[in-house]
Ligand binder design. Structure first.
Ligand SMILES: C[S@@+](CC[C@H](N)C(=O)[O-])C[C@H]1O[C@@H](n2cnc3c(N)ncnc32)[C@H](O)[C@@H]1O
Length: 253
């Protein structure tokens, strides 16, 4: 039997218990200790957010006013749904428009107020294009959120490369769908290729910043890139010249 409540441990130890029973009483694992002392987990429960990540987005928004005036938001890697919960609250409401499209590889419960695409990869352009068209017609999303990350392996360079691949998918998504002057937030796992990727973003966006919200664990190598002011004309100009298109594919590979 495991004692998961730390307050019961001294009590059980002071009682007479058969040796076999006593030897099975173990202190809490580090993960359990971290979970039970984590203020953001407690706060997420109190506010009915699906996970503590909600506070990361709230803190990013506090510093960068992401949602100001935004009425069409796409949440990539949305499961279990706390960022979409925040997006529904903060997006500008318009009659008869659903403000948030939530997409994830996993199956997850729909967040009220969103259109929900479970079991869908960010790479599944056919399904995503259809949903975008049905939701907003000719109008493009104004804010793209990506908290996507694969399960980290603990091998830093491998995790960094995987994270960069997801960030490249997010950037491609912006190239195709993001409205002129729109914004994007994406999670990235620290590593040596980030400066190059930031340079690429700086070419297409007016302002690019890195940010680690307080709710992101100090021990985690994740942080966020916030890029605002997408310049669609810069993208279109670059893409009107085929030789530059080839450079771009190389940059994103
Ligand atoms: C940290 S979780 C997101 C948590 C979410 N922001 C929230 O607040 O509830 C990262 C998610 O990214 C998703 N993901 C990873 N790769 C993806 C891909 N290629 N396409 C879509 N989702 C992906 C994972 O399935 C996972 O659910």
């Amino acid at each position: 039997m495991r004692i998961s409540n730390p307050q019961l441990l001294p009590l059980c130890q002071s009682l007479w218990l058969p040796v076999t029973f006593r030897t099975q009483i173990r202190p809490l694992s580090r993960w359990h200790a971290q979970q039970s002392s984590d203020v953001y987990i407690k706060a997420a429960k109190a506010e009915s957010y699906r996970c503590r990540s909600a506070f990361k987005l709230l803190q990013i928004n506090e510093s960068f006013s992401l949602f100001k005036g935004k009425k069409r938001v796409v949440d990539l890697g949305a499961a279990p749904g706390s960022w979409s919960q925040i997006a529904v609250k903060l997006a500008r409401k318009e009659p008869s428009t659903i403000p948030v499209l939530s997409i994830d590889l996993l199956d997850f419960e729909p967040v009220p107020g969103t259109i929900h695409l479970p079991k869908t990869s960010v790479e599944n352009t056919t399904v995503i294009n259809k949903a975008l068209e049905e939701m907003w017609g000719e109008n493009k999303p104004q804010l793209v959120l990506s908290d996507m990350l694969h399960n980290v392996s603990g091998e830093n360079s491998f995790d960094h490369i995987n994270s960069l691949k997801l960030c490249s998918h997010v950037l491609k998504f912006c190239f195709i769908h993001l409205e002129d002057r729109g914004s994007v937030v994406m999670k990235i796992y620290n590593g040596p290729h980030e400066p190059e990727f930031i340079k690429l973003l700086q070419f297409y966006f007016k302002r690019v910043k890195r940010f680690k919200p307080d709710a992101s664990r100090k021990s985690s190598k994740e942080h966020y890139i916030i890029a605002k002011g997408f310049q669609r004309d810069v993208y279109d100009k670059k893409h009107s010249r085929p030789e530059i298109q080839d450079d771009l594919s190389e940059e994103l590979d």
